[in-house]
Design a protein around this ligand. Sequence first.
Ligand code: KIV
Length: 281
Amino acid sequence: MPPLVTVPKILASKHRQRLVMITAYDAPTARWAENAGADILLVGDSLAMVVLGHDTTLAVTMDEMLHHARAVMRAQSHCLVVGDLPFGTYQDSVQAAVHAGVRYLKEGGVHAVKLEGAWPDRVEALVAAGVPVMGHLGLTPQSVHAFGGYRVQGTTAEAARTLIENARDLEAAGCFSLVLEGVPAEVATEVTKAVTIPTIGIGAGPDCDGQVLVIHDLLGMSPPPRPRFVTPYALLGEAAEAAIARWASDVREGRVPTGAQSYHLTGETAVAWQQIVKGGV
Ligand code: KIV
């Protein structure tokens, strides 16, 4: 079913409405984000780290991304859902990129894909094949080893100029929006002015056309240290541990389950069972 938030609506939102995008990896996170009024759900490859326990995003496979995308799509009703192309699925060739993008829409059911870096030829081919593409520039986590760590990008005048050029190239290639991650706010402001597609920032200051966060960071489910742009709006990790500890103590002390929380035999079956028990089971 087509979403209520569509690619043309996202394009038209520039200068009108700030976009809210949040990651979702399964049915509950998708439901929470939709009910809370998000515009876009991103099945991010951050899945590798916050759900699957890897140190970086590099290890997650296309099959794993599809597995989670399907779970999100079962809960989705109106948001635009974007699937992150995992590392290694689009770098090889234009054909590989189109194959992965088509697979995402066909087998995962998502409405669009996102890819990291300046790959205008991949974007052009995907868009020509009918796959809407969100770009992603700046601190692109799949390049963590090339960057020598999670380092803010675009910090020199030359790097900032390249960032703006790359953003223009991605727009010309057909991207419908652009994530800017880990870049100085002053640079993100100029990138946002330089393109007519909406920019969606994460650690890129207040002037982007929208913001995105990893849901585990927003809800306080990832352990510290937290990046400076993350203020948890809940502490679900702590709340979950406290709840489990309370239940564990109730189990150990024999406080649960109570009689009221148990199923019971009734009527003739209960009487018959008493007789059987008396006679020895
Ligand atoms: O994978 C992800 O969660 C992302 C966002 C941080 C933009 O790419």
